[in-house]
Design a protein around this ligand. Sequence first.
Ligand code: DMJ
Length: 674
Amino acid sequence: MYSAAAAAASPPRRDFISVTLSPEEAAVGAGGYNNSKAWRRRSCWRKWKQLSRLQRSVILFLFAFLAVCGVISYTSMGEPWKNITSKSSDDQDSEPEIPGLKLANPAVLPAPQKADANLGDYPELSPQKPPKPPHIRRGPPNLQIKPPRKDVWLKTRHGTSRVVEELVQADKEEKTEKSVISWRGAVIEPDQSTEPPSSQKKESEKPSSVEAEDQKVPVPINDRQMAVIEAFRHAWKGYKEFAWGHDELKPLSKSYSEWFGLGLTLIDALDTMWILGLKEEFEEARKWVANNLVFDKNVDVNLFESTIRILGGLLSTYHLSGDSLFLEKAKDIGNRLMPAFRTPSKIPYSDVNIGRGTAHPPRWTSDSTVAEVTSIQLEFRELSRLTGDPKFQKAVDEVMKHVHTLSGKNDGLVPMFINTNSGQFTHLGVYTLGARADSYYEYLLKQWIQGGKKENELLEDYMRAIEGVKQHLLQRSQPKKLTFVGELAHGHFSAKMDHLVCFLPGTLALGAHNGLTADHMKLAEALIETCYQMYAQVETGLSPEIVHFNLHAQKGHKDVEIKPADRHNLLRPETVESLFYMYRFTGDKKYQDWGWEILQNFNKYTRVPTGGYTSINNVQNPSNPEPRDKMESFFLGETLKYMFLLFSDDIDLINLDKYVFNTEAHPLPIWVPA
Ligand code: DMJ
């Protein structure tokens, strides 16, 4: 190869002159400035050759060192770089999404904040956290912006709350502390899972509930839920047109009936409307509560019924909406019910005059019903927590403590009456899980859950009672061998079961979900099948109020027998309620299908064309079910609410680890463990 240096030193030779010289080389040869790449390459090479061996080695070593450093720093910076570049290209390419949803890997600059982004003063939001997607609260949208009180259990607009965070933290701590509790041979397995299959992940794979909520995409309302909304609207239409502000609709006579004169249906239905997202209806009802609901009335109310429907309904609506109007009303009725506890035994009277502040038992006796005095606790305890006034909780806790110590129980099963003077059970020897005793059992478990699973006496009484049920009241029918809960009267078993007993499978499942023995879940599965059969084996597909089971197989006889006096249906919720729990905890779609059948039969036999639904007198006569002309408030408060929840696949739509339902289906928060 020709070298410019050699050319400069040696005399010009002909063969070099003419052919190979480039213009640049010619210029060099002529002594002009040359900065061409080739010239520089050749000049560097000449310099390199002139260096000593040592100098060359040092330079080579330096190059090698720099190259190694370069490789190391590239590999550590590569990932974030990739994220940033791929993120920005995603942003350009993708459709607009729910704001903030893609910010799990925050971009280089935070997303611009809206002017109202810092509405509430919610201290729980860490400034270091990336922006979160806005939480979508169900219910009338314009009511969602009401800032909740900070000291109560409410979701913030960011889908979390201090209390929820504390709950999660406490839950974590409790899980690490708790081992297996044992109660008289019944093993309580804290970690036993009854979650639906879709959520049965390993604990370590699960996001915390707060994180889960943050990432939550709203679950769309499905066709069956739409059918519930349609049913609700139809019922509401009748109530609004013919019974507005009164206790119950009489849909056939297009009028109303009064029990307490306190707008019972309207109050019972408030939180259902919220959950179903019925904005207009809710707002209209709220106006009525604000302007027309007055408790200063000379009227006798039943303590239990007004507690579970009115106090419970107002408290849960307050929790869901964050609207203090409902808390104020709850305080008012709570205070007015307190005279009921002024009895020699502190076991409350059944009736209170909320205007006069006086209370009394029924005219014919000084007894109260056991279920009634032991199923007002969730509501009064919550009222104390919200108001900071312990008197409500003190009054109802005393009742539970007293009943805990009483004799006259049969392996945890309680009689139906208790005397307000002596404080003793009366009419001993009759045991049922139906009318007059039912919700005693339900509230044992639910108070234990509400209070953070610390009140051991409640759990003890509950576990003992379920053992009592197994020992004395469980039987199997023929021919289908359905497990049912009968009654015991002075040692004689009766194969009679009220529809009311169908709360039990749901309660058992709730207990199992909360760590109680897996036996309870098995029993729940058997009993809900029976409750479903109480509908399926009847001509209209609707359950009567009471059934008698056949204990012996007889040709041509089904399991379920119905007496003429018992063949009415009051639109009761218990079976649907239990179906809801069973579906939530197992994910088995058959429970939804059973509920769907029931809804269709309500539509077929109890729907009144001009608006509303009616109780019927004869579930055995599809051609004339004999409408009774009454829509009970619990049809809107409970039955349709549980239907809607049953058909939902959104476990956060009233999450059962955060809320406990009172016996009228009003969800109340589970307290933060202390
Ligand atoms: C409701 O008022 C409550 O569910 C109560 O516990 C029982 N009776 C009715 C519904 O059947």
